[in-house]
Design a protein around this ligand. Structure first.
Ligand code: GDP
Ligand code: MG
Length: 449
């Protein structure tokens, strides 16, 4: 796959905005990647349309190809669709993302097909809630279909030190659920995890049973437990459970296997509900928070391209900042430079970031602050400068009264604001000139207070 992609990138080597042709070529490859990752076909189609809309016309960074740029855009899109924010990692110390805001005992319902990992996940979740979130958890198996299903949960409970509801032979699922809640109330449990029965495929009887249990227990969470290996069927399973029962979250199991995780995208797209946790093994501690970024990489299988584009964008920001720093040190500093400095400041998280690149500028920083050049002024000042003509920006001296009125009107500010900006620029330019004269060594001692 990466070979084919490479060819396309080579053919597309040019700069500027992404054309429809650039985007189309790269998205054909993305489509193949998504299908190979087992994302369901209708979800692939929707996703490609969204990505196309976002990519066409998008600027291409220097030193990457249009195709690579498209992949990065697709990757960000994918993270967002999976419920994440590009560039942000979830906090591993955050509480387990399960809604427990209700009068205890809070019922949590586990649903899904047979063999999807419901019982295992019930145990894993109980352990996590007990150890990490300090909750007193009761587990109950409502699976009266499969022989020994209730025993299985009981054994897990003994393993992890979590109470399970005693088994009463012959009792129906609904009666077990009611007994579990009653017991939870009487014995002061915080959470009651209800592990339901599954079927090999979706059927009416299963749905009716789950709906009845839901109505009787009114859970705060109904978690759809689904195997990450579920391919084209994922849409069907997710849609049916969501339409019939109302899913509040998804737990994807067997993410430790070979699957590329396409089911995550399919299920999220169909239900609109978050993927809350992932199962990564058979052991009881193999339950993790969902990282949209990791699954996005896995689904797309082009993580190397993504990090290439990320590196390129960092390099460019750094280059621009260094160029400006060099200019400042040469004592050349016009309004064009001020504007690009303001832009940089915004990108780099304010004043501190940029000035940090200049040697010995602590005092200038203070001066800029006293001069009122703080971060909330940045936007207005950018607006004023962008209302000037290029000639004005290069030669601020020619900006007399009439020009000031025009600039103020153009930027929605006042002549006083324009004057203030010009004065600040003059002060900064003077400072830069002094810096040049003093040289690096003298600068530290010689700066005016
Ligand atoms: P249920 O029928 O939905 O209750 O499914 P089970 O919880 O009984 O799980 C079925 C099988 O899948 C068991 O052998 C589990 O050990 C296994 N399993 C469950 N979750 C995971 C997982 O995250 N990774 C792996 N590798 N196996 C899992
Ligand atoms: Mg089970």
């Amino acid at each position: 796959l990466s070979g084919r992609l490479g060819d396309i990138f080579d053919r597309l080597r040019k700069r500027g905005a992404l054309s429809e042709a650039d985007v189309g070529a790269a998205l054909r490859e993305v489509r193949v990647a998504l299908l190979e990752a087992d994302v369901a076909l209708p979800v692939v189609k929707d996703f490609i349309d969204k990505a196309r809309e976002r990519a066409v016309g998008h600027e291409v960074l220097r030193s990457v190809t249009p195709g690579q740029q498209v992949i990065k855009i697709v990757h960000d899109c994918l993270i967002e669709m999976l419920g994440g924010t590009p560039g942000e990692m979830p906090d591993i110390n955050a509480p387990t993302p399960i809604n427990l805001i209700a009068v205890p005992p809070v019922p949590v319902l586990m649903v899904g097909l047979q063999g999807s990992g419901k019982t295992t996940t019930t145990g894993k979740l109980a352990l996590r809630l007990k150890d990490r979130d300090n909750r007193k958890v009761l587990m109950a198996s409502l699976d009266t279909r499969r022989p020994a299903a209730q025993e299985q949960l009981k054994i897990l409970g003994e393993q992890i030190g979590v109470t399970t509801l005693p088994i009463v032979p012959g009792q129906e699922p609904l009666a077990i659920a009611r007994r579990a809640l009653e017991r939870g109330r009487l014995e002061g449990f915080d959470v009651v995890l209800l592990d339901t029965a599954g079927r090999l495929a979706i059927d009416e009887e299963l749905m009716a049973e789950v709906v009845a249990i839901r109505d009787a227990t009114k859970p705060t969470e109904t978690l759809l437990v689904a195997d990450a290996m579920t391919g084209q069927d994922a849409v069907n399973v997710a849609r049916t459970f969501h339409e019939r029962v109302g899913v509040t979250g998804i737990v994807l199991t067997r993410v430790d296997g070979d699957s590329r995780g396409g089911a995550a995208l399919s299920m999220r797209a169909v239900t609109g509900q978050p993927i809350k946790l992932i199962g990564t093994g058979e052991k009881m501690d193999a339950l993790e928070l969902f990282h949209p970024d990791r699954i996005a990489n896995r689904i797309l299988g082009m993580g190397d391209v993504v990090s290439l584009v990320e590196r390129a964008s960092q390099t460019i920001e750094k280059e621009d900042a260094e160029k400006l720093a060099a200019k400042i040190q040469k004592g050349e500093f016009d309004l064009e430079d001020l504007a690009s400095q303001l832009r940089q400041m915004r990108k780099m998280g304010g004043l501190q970031g940029l000035m940090g690149m200049l040697p010995g500028v602590g005092k200038i920083k203070d001066q800029m602050k006293t001069a009122g050049l703080d971060d909330k002024m940045i936007k207005r000042q950018e607006a004023i400068i962008s209302s000037m003509t290029p000639v004005e920006r290069r030669n601020p001296k020619i900006i007399h009264a009439k020009r000031k009125i025009r600039i103020a009107a153009g930027s929605g500010s006042t002549v006083q604001d324009v004057n203030k900006l010009l004065k600040q620029h003059q002060q900064m330019a003077d400072m830069m000139k002094r810096m040049k004269k003093l040289g690096k060594a003298g600068m530290m001692r010689g700066m005016p207070k």
